[in-house]
Design a protein around this ligand. Structure first.
Ligand code: GLA
Length: 369
């Protein structure tokens, strides 16, 4: 698949620009093993890069223009680096936004032309937009002679989303796309941005289970959850929910609105589960990691209320299939994907079994990665 992708990009570049590309860059999508809705609370997350990328074949130009042709969209984004004043509509805004954020960070960028191909499914909750942003950042670095430094590049991607596209996301998706390592998850402290690679337990496989449902209402609900988390932190008189301990939650939250109490309980317990997951992985304890994943799903479903029937059906189907240590929804929620930890030697039987069970429960055909 990789050789095909490479050749397809080289051919498309030649037919678009009449010459060979000078660089080939790529950035992966992600799945999150543990720690959802914790990143914007300055907490901990444990995502993994997945083996699907957004690729760009490119060459430098002699001016300050960027031309990027998307093979998936059959559409070309074009913008001038010296005149980035207002966002375009659609996918072009992500590319433009990264160039804008890198410029704001003081980088002098050169123009380039490229062809883009995305293997990360769009709208499935696997961070195809973060992968696009980090691929564009890599393209900008390649033509402008900048070294690849994951943290500032991820921050530029997040700034593109927050300040240019208008999506108020945290840092997780961009940082894992910028810094992920094969065979490992990355434990990220979203306050310091320190990150550490953690190996998966031996003889396990991480399976991405796409419900194939659209992620409805995600933007408005996401922003509402952020506001509720900030209200929870204000109740405790701390900057972010990261600063609230499980003991503080256990001591009671007084008159705080019941719904906000549930949001707080999720974030504080999810941070602890993320640290506990790292410990389980370091101890090579797949059984423990699976238990923590199940507790996380219950918390996202009941306290943070970001699951949906299809995600619950997928998680139940996974747990009822042979060889599954644990499963949970992953990412923002309201549709999209679940993630399961499975015994590697049961993988072949697990996939048809979970597919069958999910289709029985939901009437939908899943996609399994
Ligand atoms: C989306 C956001 C991330 C993070 C997750 C939930 O993927 O982009 O920053 O908040 O939701 O964990």
């Amino acid at each position: 698949m990789q050789a095909n992708t490479y050749q397809k990009l080289v051919d498309a570049f030649r037919s678009a620009y009449g010459r060979a590309p000078e660089h080939m860059v790529r950035a992966p999508g992600r799945v999150n093993l543990m720690g959802d809705h914790t990143d914007y609370n300055d907490g901990f997350v444990l995502p993994m890069a997945i083996d699907r990328w957004v690729w760009i074949a490119l060459a430098a130009r002699n001016d300050l223009k960027v031309h990027l042709h998307s093979l998936d969209m059959n559409d070309t984004a074009a913008f001038d680096l010296s005149a980035l004043d207002s966002p375009q509509q659609g996918w072009a805004a992500y590319a433009e936004g990264v160039a804008w954020a890198l410029g704001q960070a003081g980088h002098a960028l050169g123009g380039w032309q490229g062809v883009l191909l995305g293997e990360v499914p769009m709208g499935a909750g696997l961070s195809s937009s973060a992968a696009l942003e980090m691929a564009v950042a890599r393209a900008c670095c390649a033509v402008s002679g900048l070294p690849w430094d994951p943290v500032p590049m991820a921050l530029a991607g997040q700034k593109a989303e927050n300040g240019w596209v208008g999506m108020n996301c945290g840092i997780m998706d961009q940082l894992i796309s910028a810094a992920g390592q094969a065979g490992h998850a990355l434990c990220i402290d979203c306050r310091s941005l320190d990150h550490e690679a953690v190996s998966l337990p031996p003889e396990t496989a991480v399976v991405v289970l796409d419900t194939t449902t659209q992620r409805g209402l995600v933007d408005s609900a996401y922003n509402q959850r952020r506001t509720q988390c900030d209200a929870g932190a204000a109740h405790f008189g701390v900057p972010k929910l990261r600063d609230v301990t499980p003991e503080m939650v256990a001591a009671g939250m007084g008159s705080l609105e019941a719904e906000i109490q549930r949001r707080v309980r999720h974030v504080v317990s999810e941070n602890q589960r993320t640290l506990d997951s790292v410990a389980a992985m370091e101890a090579a304890d797949a059984v423990r990691l699976g238990e923590i994943m199940q507790a996380s799903h219950a918390s996202l479903r009941d306290d943070f209320e970001v699951s949906c029937p299809a995600l619950d059906q997928m998680v139940d189907s996974a747990l009822a299939s042979e060889g599954c240590y644990g499963a949970r929804m992953t990412g923002a929620g309201f549709g999209g994907c679940a993630v399961a930890l499975v015994k590697a030697d049961r993988l072949e039987a697990f996939i048809p079994e979970v597919s069958r069970k999910y289709t029985q429960a939901s009437g939908l055909p899943p996609r399994i990665y």
